[in-house]
Design a protein around this ligand. Sequence first.
Ligand SMILES: NC(=O)c1ccc[n+]([C@@H]2O[C@H](COP(=O)([O-])OP(=O)(O)OC[C@H]3O[C@@H](n4cnc5c(N)ncnc54)[C@H](OP(=O)(O)O)[C@@H]3O)[C@@H](O)[C@H]2O)c1
Length: 213
Amino acid sequence: MNVGIIGSGAVAKSLGEGFLKHGHGVMLGTRDTSKLSDWAYDNKGANVGSFSDAATFGDAVVLAVKGTAALEALEGAGPEALAGKTIIDTTNPIAAEPPVNGVLKYFTDINKSLMEELQAAYPSARFVKCFCSVGNTKMVNPEYSDGKPTMFICGNDEDAKKTVTRILDQFGWETLDCGKAEAARAIEPLAMLWCIPGFLYNEWSHAFKVLHA
Ligand SMILES: NC(=O)c1ccc[n+]([C@@H]2O[C@H](COP(=O)([O-])OP(=O)(O)OC[C@H]3O[C@@H](n4cnc5c(N)ncnc54)[C@H](OP(=O)(O)O)[C@@H]3O)[C@@H](O)[C@H]2O)c1
């Protein structure tokens, strides 16, 4: 599969390396390709282009930009390049204000998620929320003594979620399908919870796991 990754930050780079490692074609998209020249040098076989190049390249697309810029980045990618494609949405709706006692501020509210907004703006794209509640260093084949961690996903399209579940199998995760796009209202705030030990105790390497009786 070819994967177009909209973004040039830590998440885009980590997932790009992961997809390459698992034999997929990869293109990262950015407004400024010069910032990815070192990364491209270190990751032979990876491609770098604009948001639109990356979205066009991908059979599936990863959205890995600042939450506040998600709509703008998708606009840069272009609706034709996104139509019908699985969009793996890693974004969190983190507001510009600083955290309060380790708790991030979001620009969404509890009854409306960012992914629902993106899905409504691009109805023919097939958004799946994924990877938003773990740190980038643990997104691909994380190793924990307690076994596989759990990735919470959601989205309206069953086939798109199957594609993402196959990727998560490759990347060493147990998948918990939380249902339709509305479930992003619960999944996105997991990143607030995930970041608290980071801000309070400088602990950034944990992941969530659901225990089954
Ligand atoms: N960092 C983590 O460990 C982590 C973990 C889970 C989820 N997330 C979420 O994943 C997403 C990516 O996080 P990140 O840490 O990799 O990177 P980030 O610093 O949150 O975002 C960097 C990306 O945002 C784009 N961007 C910024 N302002 C923009 C604008 N005005 N218009 C268009 N694009 C703009 C940049 O584009 P250019 O390339 O053009 O500069 C860059 O690609 C975020 O939503 C974050 O909340 C992060």
